[in-house]
Every structure is written in C-alpha cells, then in structure tokens.
Design a protein around this ligand. Structure first.
Ligand code: NAI
Ligand SMILES: O=C(O)C1=NCCCC1
Length: 356
C-alpha cells in the first residue's frame, strides 16, 4: 500500500526514482522531504483539481471552522498571520466585467495563494457564468506552484461559509425564517451552507424571474417557498441573504423586520447596490474587510455609513455582536478565504491520492 502511494507521489512529481521492493514506510523519513518539496525539486507540474473534485473534497463542516479562524487572523492585522491586500481589479470594458487579483500569504500557516476571478454584469439573455475563477496554490519557500484549482466551487463555498458565520454570530437567537434573494450559484451554495450549519423552519426564495426561483426549488429538493415579490419574501424573515446580480437596490429597509440579519453578497463594485439607504442607515454594518468595503462596496460608500466592525473583530472578541439589532454583513470576498479553502482542498487531495 505504502509503496504504491509513494510511487504515485513520485510519478506525480515526475521524479525518476526506483523504489526498492523492500522499501518500508519509516524509510521515507530518511529523505526528509515533503510531497511539495519533492515536486519543487523535480520541477514537477502543478496538480490540477477541477470543479467536480473540488466539490467532492470540500465540506462545510471542515471549511467553516477554517474560515472562522482565518477571518480572526485577518482582523488581527498581524503580518505573520495574513498579508492580503485589497483586491486589485482590471476593467474588461468590452465585456462589462472585471478581472480581480487576490493574492494572500499566511506565513505562520505556510500558505501562499492567489485567485484570479473574472466577474461580470451580465445582460439578461446571457448564458455565461457571472463569476469565473481559478486559484493557484504555491509553495512559499520555493515559489513552486503546487496546484491549480477550479475557483468557482471554492468561491461559491467560501462565500456561503463566511455568510453562515455572519449569521451564526449576528442573527437573533431562535431565528426561524431564512429568505434568499436571487437564485443563482451563490444562492445554491448559501442554501446548502445555511441549512447544513444552521436550522430554519422556513426557507423563502425570490428571483426577478419566477422560473429561476422554481428551478431553484426543484434543484435543492428541500422545502422552499417561492415568493412573488421581495417584500413577500423578506417580511418577518430573521435572516436575509442577498445574492443577486442587481446593481440597484433590491432590498428596502422598510420591509425588513427590526433585529433581522442581512448577509449582503452581491453588489461588489463601488457604484453597485443591493440594499437601500434606509436599511444601511438603520443597521449595524459589519464587513469581511473594512478596507475592502470602503473601496468596493456601493452599499457602504454611497450610503455614507461607517463599517462598525469586521467579522474577525467579533470572532476575536474585540467588537460586540449586536444580535438584537438589525445587522448587515457586507461581504466582498477575501483572498484569505480562498487561501484556506484551497489549502484544505489540497490537503484532502493529497490524503486521497496517497492514502496518507
Ligand atoms: N461577496 C463575495 O464574496 C462574492 C460575491 N459575488 C456576487 O454575488 C452575486 C451573485 O453571484 P452568482 O450567484 O455567482 O451569480 P448568478 O448569475 O449565478 O446569480 C445571480 C442571480 O441574480 C439574478 N439577477 C440577475 N439580474 C438581476 C437583477 N437586475 N435584479 C435582481 N436579480 C437579478 C439572476 O436571475 C440570478 O438568480 C453577484 O453579484 C456576484 O458578483 C460572487 C462571488 C463572491
Ligand atoms: O471574492 C470574490 O471571489 C468575488 N467577489 C466579488 C465579485 C465576484 C467574486
């Protein structure tokens, strides 16, 4: 078993080495090298892990604790924990989109990665995805690229995971009704994360095209109420997730129950909105990254509100979680979330490939 695994490892790393037939597991230690060091020494190509495999390797139960830890590390602003600049974006004017570059280094954890993400303000008739991404995972010592991964599954799951953490920390105790606005990729991952990690008595969905909401209901299989208007979906809801491609407010403060928690995921450009001013001004606003929100969130910038705290500040016990007040978690997405998710995928991939 061990020899087979080692041969696969050497093969993956393209290391031309004959392994003695009497080779014993404890002899590996004499090499004193790790899989990625062996691969780097051999100039091996990165492993490629595409969408289906990422999905099969990543699970919320393992991902969410890592995200929570990473959000706390980010907010500690300790450069040995996380170096993650605000995303730099290149406009793709002809295609109504942006390329976002999201490098992250976690020195203490030995994790170095960057995500390349293209996101678009697609017209109604387009069948192309709104978000397309790739994550590169590198060895920080050698610079060797260890893995190239599909970034869509990672983006969907880590974003939903961060929103689920926001709800866990900020929704009122005894929350029963979840409303999801938008029924695309993020809606699916949020539905999964929220129903797996939290418990709700009712899930409502709304989409600007009703057939999209009906399709969503059929594909998730669980009990979901399709609503004909945003107001109908959110009235009385304890937790509201906004995951639309809208660039104008879809959620109005006057419909939101006082004390509700809103995880606002769309509208990630300085001139795009999902929430109206009345909601932004009424709520205590939390963000994944304060700098990110001030640079990229139209809901924050154009409403003129202050970000009260980062989610990591709450995790670190530096800022309170106002569960009884109306709260908004403005999610922009962070490289550190991609880094821990990609590292987890790589660990799981190695364990599976080499039966470690
Ligand atoms: N905060 C973060 O970390 C991330 C944010 N996003 C953002 O989240 C949003 C959703 O992303 P995906 O689910 O991947 O997109 P998607 O295209 O799969 O789904 C978008 C949903 O919005 C609906 N929609 C389209 N135009 C609309 C409009 N004018 N008004 C209301 N609804 C409309 C669509 O019918 C669909 O249900 C996008 O704005 C995306 O940029 C995506 C990834 C990460
Ligand atoms: O963090 C990400 O990934 C994204 N954030 C906002 C827009 C789409 C992708």
């Amino acid at each position: 078993m061990f020899k087979k695994a080692l041969l696969r490892l050497l093969n993956a790393a393209q290391i031309p080495l004959d392994v003695d037939s009497n080779f014993e597991p404890n002899q590996l230690s004499q090499f004193r090298i790790s899989v990625s060091e062996a691969a780097a020494m051999a100039g091996a190509p990165p492993v490629i892990i595409w969408e289906r495999e990422v999905e099969s390797l990543l699970h919320y139960k393992e991902l969410i604790p890592r995200l929570e830890e990473a959000l706390g590390k980010f907010s500690s602003r300790d450069s040995a924990e996380v170096i993650q600049p605000v995303r730099s974006t290149v406009p793709l004017q002809k295609h109504n989109g942006f390329l976002g570059l999201m490098p992250t280094y976690m020195e203490n954890d030995g994790v170095l990665s960057t995500k390349l993400v293209c996101f678009y303000n697609r017209g109604a008739g387009s069948t192309l995805p709104s978000v397309s991404a790739t994550v590169l995972l590198l060895d920080p010592e050698s610079g060797h690229m260890k893995a190239v991964m599909d970034g869509e599954a990672i983006t969907n799951m880590r974003t939903a995971g961060a929103s689920a953490i926001s709800a866990k920390l900020l929704m009122r105790h005894g929350a029963e009704v979840l409303a999801i606005l938008g029924t695309g990729q993020q809606a699916l991952s949020h539905y999964k994360a929220f129903t797996e990690m939290l418990s709700f008595k009712e899930v409502r969905v709304w989409n600007h095209r009703r057939e999209g909401a009906e399709k969503f209901r059929r594909s998730v299989g669980g009990p979901v109420t399709v609503c004909g208007s945003v107001e109908e979906a959110v009235r009385g809801a304890d937790v509201i997730v906004t995951v639309t491609r809208s660039i104008e407010p879809v959620l109005c403060g006057r419909w939101v129950k006082p004390g509700a928690h809103v995880a606002a995921v769309g509208a990630c450009r300085p001139d795009w909105r999902e929430l109206d001013d009345s909601l932004m001004k009424e709520a205590v606003v939390y963000a994944d990254s304060r700098e990110g929100a001030m640079a990229e969130s139209g809901d924050v910038i154009l409403s003129g509100v202050e970000v009260f705290a980062e989610l990591g500040d709450v995790i670190n016990g530096i800022k309170p979680a106002y569960r009884e007040k109306t709260t908004v978690f403005k999610s922009l997405g962070m490289g550190v979330e991609d880094a821990v998710a990609a590292n987890l995928v790589y660990e799981q991939w190695k364990a599976k490939a080499y039966k470690l």
